[in-house]
Write a protein that binds this ligand. Structure first.
Ligand SMILES: C[S@@+](CC[C@H](N)C(=O)[O-])C[C@H]1O[C@@H](n2cnc3c(N)ncnc32)[C@H](O)[C@@H]1O
Length: 266
């Protein structure tokens, strides 16, 4: 695997190694995911089962399609896509710990699932290898222009790419510095990168769903706090609580939106 060694990438990798190692044995996190997302797939994004189902339907995944899940984490969501659609699903993630867990899952369904450690920015596949690509809260970590070009090359004619993208203030960009002009679906960082690449897309608004999801996250975390404390996994609690509170504050301030983008090739 070729991974960019810049400080930002190293920091991302270090965080996710710690995250996926911890959730492999955290009962509190498993319960958190089950209650907040509807199934425990060790999620670290913002897509619950309703959002995952909406993505599968938007992509119109067909039995025997070749699908690539970018930033697949421990492979649970890729496994669900394979199970519910009959597609062959490959997953890549930068975290070796996540991919180790995903490969144990693939061992049960080697005919449908495969996983490898790789960087989204330089995906190790031949051109035109896939019918559909999935990116659930993962393209924030890569250069959009370079990655979108590389990803579009992986698709066959009539290929589809579905991306969950949240645009908004976050702990790195405080609300007072956030440019609200980037919130409309055609003005987000992702939309502008798609336009620069000449990729056709449509966007579906999931901002209200994101708000409800963040409210549920906060409530469930507060309830489970003693379990995280007892396990000594408070960094998981703090990380997810920080996100939930950040999303709620940003939406209240009119400084956050969430979209599902569907890109279709001719
Ligand atoms: C916010 S999590 C989302 C995970 C999963 N898709 C979900 O919805 O729960 C981001 C994921 O992207 C992975 N990741 C970050 N940068 C990456 C890169 N450059 N290449 C591949 N995976 C990356 C992380 O390891 C992590 O699993």
């Amino acid at each position: 695997m070729t991974i960019d060694t810049s400080a930002a990438v190293s920091e991302t990798l270090a965080f996710y190694e710690r995250f996926y190692s911890a959730i492999a044995t955290s009962r509190a996190y498993a319960e958190f995911c089950g209650r907040v997302f509807g199934r425990n797939f060790g999620q670290h994004g913002f897509a619950d089962m309703a959002q995952l189902q909406a993505l599968i339907e938007a992509l119109a995944v067909q039995p025997d399609d070749d699908v690539l899940d970018l930033g697949c984490g421990n492979g649970g969501m890729a496994g669900y896509i394979a199970e519910t659609t009959g597609a062959y699903v490959t997953g890549i993630d930068i975290s070796p710990s996540a991919i180790g867990q995903a490969q144990r899952l693939a061992a049960v369904r080697p005919d449908r699932l495969s996983f490898r450690a790789a960087d989204i920015a330089s995906p190790p596949f031949a051109p035109a290898s896939f019918d559909a690509l999935v990116a659930i809260d993962t393209l924030y970590f890569v250069d959009l222009d370079t990655s979108l070009s590389a990803l579009a090359m992986l698709l066959r004619p009539k290929g589809r790419l579905a991306i969950y993208w949240s645009q908004g203030a976050n702990p790195v960009v405080p609300i007072e510095q956030f440019d609200r002009g980037t919130l409309p679906p055609d003005n987000t960082d992702l939309a502008r990168a798609l336009q620069r690449r000449g990729l056709d897309y449509r966007a579906m608004d999931f901002t209200a769903a994101d708000y409800r999801h963040a409210q549920l996250k906060r409530a469930v975390l507060l309830e489970l706090r003693p379990q995280f404390e007892a396990e000594d996994t408070m960094f998981l609690y703090d990380n997810r609580m920080g996100e939930a509170e950040g999303v709620l504050a940003a939406i209240d301030a009119g400084a956050h939106a969430r979209y599902l983008y569907l890109i279709s090739l001719p």
